[in-house]
Ligand binder design. Structure first.
Ligand SMILES: NC(=O)c1ccc[n+]([C@@H]2O[C@H](COP(=O)([O-])OP(=O)(O)OC[C@H]3O[C@@H](n4cnc5c(N)ncnc54)[C@H](OP(=O)(O)O)[C@@H]3O)[C@@H](O)[C@H]2O)c1
Length: 318
């Protein structure tokens, strides 16, 4: 089968297309013929090996040669002990543990997958698992009237988070680069800020801050919070995340605020609710562009370099 492989961390130039054997599903696993795999910032991080948490399990060289975690496709083979799926079933899920989505076939744990809703295309379904889990868990508490700020709101998880927070009745401020301001408004954001020109920690205060790209000092983040407010970060530099977990947690508590790192629960229960909302027409999926398998490097760069509005998808078949 054709797969996009890399043997070292680096820029998209380290990626190449290779003929590799089709993987065999082990116990509790299924083989999926990939129809579409969406790109997440975590794929870019796995390609470049940065931030440092992207090297967990593979400090010098990548542990998995084929990236791609948010897969959608058809089951072609099942391993021993699999009871939930049969060959021919249409599935989707976040295969973060095994990756392999930028290839014609990938092996995934049965427990990572859900049946694909018939009303969604494979490309649409592939956008939901990882970004949806972050957005659903990151917007808990974005209730009616709450002032919510989402940093990185024009990207994959952010585009869902803005819509979910608005749906709950929150007053939403979206922060991203200048190119994404109109896009964030179109998602429903009440206010938008260009992170290259404005410092959101000098705006507010906010009752909830969901930060998808944390890199500032915890004292700056605390300044943006109203009393009783909560800051959660899902990604960013390791230094910023460690500071949030340590100094930030304490500094926030003594002033009646909360700060922490959002460790996202995975598995179908964490994203199928968003799929239901998309099928019902209550949340819109924004696919900026689809790419062929040959163009995975370009697809990854468009996300890693911040050009994509919403989600980017690598589509192999429909
Ligand atoms: N905590 C967990 O359990 C967990 C699980 C999976 C993934 N994650 C993490 O969650 C994060 C979310 O990723 P995603 O896929 O939604 O990313 P994405 O689609 O790339 O969106 C991130 C957005 O943030 C913008 N941005 C970058 N730097 C910024 C800054 N300083 N201020 C404001 N906006 C900025 C980017 O545009 P520009 O680059 O142009 O600025 C981009 O629009 C990733 O870091 C990923 O590793 C966490």
């Amino acid at each position: 089968m054709r797969a996009v492989v890399h043997d070292r961390y680096g820029s998209p130039e380290v990626l190449r297309i290779e003929e590799v054997p089709v993987p065999a599903p082990g116990p509790g696993q299924v083989l999926v013929e990939i129809a579409a795999t969406s790109v997440n910032l975590s794929d870019w991080e796995g390609l470049t090996g940065s931030p440092a948490y992207a090297r967990l399990g593979g400090v010098r060289a990548p542990r998995r040669r084929v990236l791609g975690s948010d897969i959608a496709g058809r089951v072609t083979q099942v391993g021993t002990g699999v009871t939930g799926f049969r060959p021919g079933d249409e599935v989707y899920g976040d295969n973060l543990a095994l990756l392999g989505g930028f290839a014609e076939y990938a092996v995934a744990a049965e427990s990572a997958l859900a049946p694909k809703p018939a009303a969604l295309t494979f490309a649409q379904a592939s956008t939901l698992p990882q970004a949806g889990a972050i957005a659903l868990q990151g917007t808990v508490g974005a209730d009616a009237g709450r002032r919510v700020l989402i940093n990185g709101a024009g990207g994959g998880s952010g585009s869902f988070a803005v819509q979910l927070a608005k749906r709950l009745g929150a007053q939403v401020t979206g922060v991203d680069n200048a190119h994404k301001l109109d896009f964030m408004r179109s998602l429903g954001a009440d206010d938008v800020l260009d992170h290259r020109r404005e410092d959101f920690t000098r705006h507010g205060p906010y009752d909830l801050v969901l930060d998808l790209v944390a890199y500032r000092s915890v004292f700056a983040y605390r300044r943006a919070l109203a009393r009783g407010g909560r800051y959660r970060c899902a990604g960013g530099t390791v230094r910023a995340l460690l500071r949030v977990l340590t100094v930030g947690a304490v500094a926030a508590r003594v002033t009646g605020r909360r700060m922490g790192v959002l460790v996202v629960r995975q598995g179908p229960a964490s994203f199928t609710r968003l799929a239901d909302l998309c099928v019902a027409g209550e949340v819109t999926i924004h696919v900026d562009r689809t790419y062929a398998l040959d163009d995975v490097a370009e697809a990854l760069a468009s996300v890693g370099e911040g050009r994509a509005l919403g989600k980017v998808v690598v589509e192999l078949r429909r």
